[in-house]
Design a protein around this ligand. Structure first.
Ligand code: 4AD
Ligand code: MG
Length: 461
């Protein structure tokens, strides 16, 4: 059976002095002799050495950065420096030419902003190929973790009539006639996941979610991927533990399986940092930072404890916060979260027991009647990476909450049924996948960790 071999597979097999066939894109061509070939399977370019006197002139003239080629030849130990093996090319075919005057991805440093405009071609750069390989590995680790932990993978609807977060930031669908009711793109699969947890026990979703929030920040997308585990019989403690364990597993997985790409991204970050003022540079190298998160326990504290710390903090007393901390109950802004994570604790932080007023209707009310069993995981450089809670399992309490929050109980009849038939303590959380990819790759803008970002005024490709 004919199977095209990738550079990664070839380098692992390393069949010295045997004939091989490869296909890929030319990264550079120098001295009419040395082709750096990349096929996306690995960061490493394979050097292909051609004998220009043997090559057809028209073929030779078509080898440029971006050209797709097929080479046949022999894998040999390299004579030159910079690589251990290289290909001695015996035949070379042009699969697809690339006009060097017009191809936008030149072998030089392009800005991330420039590459965003060329998102269909940026995957041919080392940086984006490394990011997307890490993204793929993280997605695999997500499925592996849950599979090994006895969870079932379920798919929740993308078109829905229910509003999980009650935040009103939804993309409405136009054809109401089709469904006979108002629908929109889902902001979270949580409510439907809850129904399955109350039958299958432990489930998770991993799918696209949509938010029409007009926040043009480096951490928000209008379309992002969310991982939402939901577990029957788990309380908030269990869920905080699960979230920590899960994040550590996925980051541990890429530390083990994406060494080359992480080393490259670490170097990229260091080069980028050199152009920044000292205060804005990353305090830790990328791999060190990932190991730090995997090895150290996350800090846990209640909203009230965090509120006290923030209230008495230097920036608050010196009026340096844009949103000063004075009244208990105010929502924390990203400046506050960053202070806690990056300045005060210098570690990932799990905040729990938030004021009921600032959280969604479904969160379980505490005995104090003021706070709910909610938790957020906050990460350095990222802010909120996880939001979750223990769910209100008591019918009367939930009905009351729905009423005070002005939500139509008719819409949620099926959700309330869960509390009518076999209700039990259950919990779950949502992790924004792109925020995890940002953290793992050290990228500072969420637009650079998803192939085709959707943001206000931008839906190209
Ligand atoms: O905190 P959120 O809004 O929680 C929920 O949607 C719950 N229903 C989840 C659950 O309990 N099953 O969102 C969860 C996470 C956030 O912590 C953040 O990481 C990410 O989703 N997120 C976004 N990521 C990118 N762009 C946006 N606009 C995001 N909004 C939330
Ligand atoms: Mg949240």
């Amino acid at each position: 059976m004919y199977k095209p071999e990738t550079i990664k597979e070839l380098l692992e097999r390393s069949p010295l002095n045997q004939s091989i066939t490869l296909m890929g894109w030319v990264r550079t061509f120098r001295s009419n002799r040395f082709i750096a070939l990349n096929d996306g399977s690995t960061l490493t370019n394979l050097q292909c050495v051609v004998d220009f006197e043997q090559l057809d002139e028209s073929v030779l003239n078509a080898i440029h950065t971006g050209t797709a080629i097929k080479v046949e030849g022999k894998l040999v130990e390299s004579q030159g420096r910079g690589q251990t093996v290289e290909v001695q090319v015996s035949s070379l075919a042009i699969l697809g030419g690339s006009d060097p005057e017009k191809y936008p991805i030149q072998p030089k440093k392009h800005s991330l902003e420039f590459l965003r405009e060329k998102a269909h071609l940026r995957i041919r750069t080392n940086t984006f190929a490394a990011i997307m390989r890490v993204r793929s590995a993280l997605a695999f680790a997500v499925h592996r973790y849950f599979n090994e932990s006895g969870f079932f993978y379920m798919n929740t609807p993308i078109i829905t009539g229910s509003d999980a977060e009650g935040a009103g930031e939804m993309f409405k669908l136009e054809n109401e006639d089709f469904f006979g009711k108002a629908t929109h793109l889902t902001v979270s699969g949580q409510l439907e996941a809850e129904t399955y947890a109350m039958g299958l026990g432990k489930v998770y979703t991993f799918g696209p979610t949509f938010r029409a929030e007009n926040s043009n920040t480096s951490r928000h997308l209008a379309e992002f991927w969310m991982i939402e585990p939901e577990m029957a019989f788990y309380d908030l403690e269990d869920t905080m533990q699960l979230a920590e364990d899960f994040i550590k597993y996925t980051l541990g997985y890429v530390l083990e399986h994406c060494k080359e790409d992480l080393a490259f991204l670490e170097q990229r970050l260091e080069d980028e940092d050199k152009n920044k003022p000292q205060a804005e540079r990353s305090p830790m190298r990328l791999i060190e930072k990932l190991n730090f998160v995997v090895d150290k326990p996350f800090i846990r504290l209640s909203y009230t404890e965090a509120f006290e710390i923030l209230k008495h903090s230097k920036p608050n007393q010196k009026k340096k916060f844009k949103y000063p901390i004075s009244e208990w109950g105010a929502d924390l802004q990203s400046e506050h979260e960053r202070y806690l994570v990056e300045k005060h604790f210098d570690a990932p932080v799990v905040l729990f027991d938030y004021p009921a007023k600032i959280k969604a209707f479904y969160m379980r009310l505490n005995e104090d009647q003021k706070t709910v069993r909610a938790m957020d995981v906050l990460f350095p450089g990222i802010g909120e990476i996880v939001g979750g809670s223990q769910r209100e399992e008591r019918l009367e309490v939930l009905e009351q909450k729905i009423k005070t929050m002005d939500i139509d109980p008719e819409e949620l009849w099926w959700y309330l049924d869960l509390r009518r038939f076999g209700s039990a303590v259950h919990s779950g959380f949502g992790l924004g996948f792109e925020r995890l990819v940002m953290f793992a790759t050290g990228m500072g803008n969420i637009r650079d960790v998803i192939p085709y970002p959707r943001t206000p005024q931008n839906a190209e490709f």
